[in-house]
Design a protein around this ligand. Structure first.
Ligand SMILES: [Zn+2]
Length: 199
């Protein structure tokens, strides 16, 4: 028995396709959805994220306090030019010297402690050798945090919402940002590491 090379009526396609799209979609893990479910909660699970401020530093816009030069009688009092620095207690930029935008984001954090004895992971402090811990924050795929942005912990109320106006509790500088990519390079979530400086 042989199959005709050119079957009459065309090739009948009634076999199970090798790549069943529906099947794939139902079994593959969607990390975006998973993280959203963890942070926001779902119909059957509680919200597990908390709200923080992501302070996006505007690196190409100095604050007006940068190198402020006094005028009139205070020309010598306020001349900071030789130090090339911002005003330490500037109410606008909080002493960072740059303008910024604050955004509220829901996140989840965890402490990452390096294994004791790993080189460069420890530092000397007045009270001895310290094991430097990092705090890792997880953000949704559309957040795109940047290195040197700041994360500010704020008070959340009993319903899991931020207290407004925000009450700042801790502030961290982001040192490492890493997008986690999965299928076709799609960004599934962001991981931002900050040094835990609270001793
Ligand atoms: Zn300023």
């Amino acid at each position: 028995m042989s199959f005709p090379l050119w079957p009459k009526g065309g090739v009948k396609n009634n076999s199970i396709p090798l790549h069943n799209k529906l099947h794939l979609e139902s079994t593959e893990i969607d990390l975006r959805e998973s993280l959203k479910g963890i942070l926001d909660g779902t119909d059957n699970t509680p919200q597990r994220g908390h709200w923080v401020i992501l302070r996006r530093m505007n690196r190409n816009q100095r604050c007006e306090c940068w190198n402020k030069v006094g005028t009139g009688d205070s020309i010598y009092d306020e001349d900071n030019r030789k130090y090339d620095e911002p005003l330490e207690n500037c109410p606008l930029c909080d002493g960072s010297g740059y303008t910024y935008n604050d955004e509220l984001h829901i996140t989840r954090r965890r402490l990452v402690s390096p294994v004791i004895g790993m080189s460069n992971q420890e530092r000397e402090t007045p009270i001895g050798i310290m094991n430097v811990a990092y705090v890792v924050y997880y953000f949704k795929h559309n957040v795109s945090p940047h290195r040197e942005d700041k994360i500010i912990e704020i008070e959340n109320n009993a319903y899991g919402k931020p207290v407004l106006p925000p009450i700042h509790t801790e502030q961290y500088n982001i040192s490492v940002v890493e997008p986690l990519r999965d299928q076709l390079g799609r960004i599934e979530y962001w991981r931002a590491s900050v040094k835990a400086e609270v001793i």
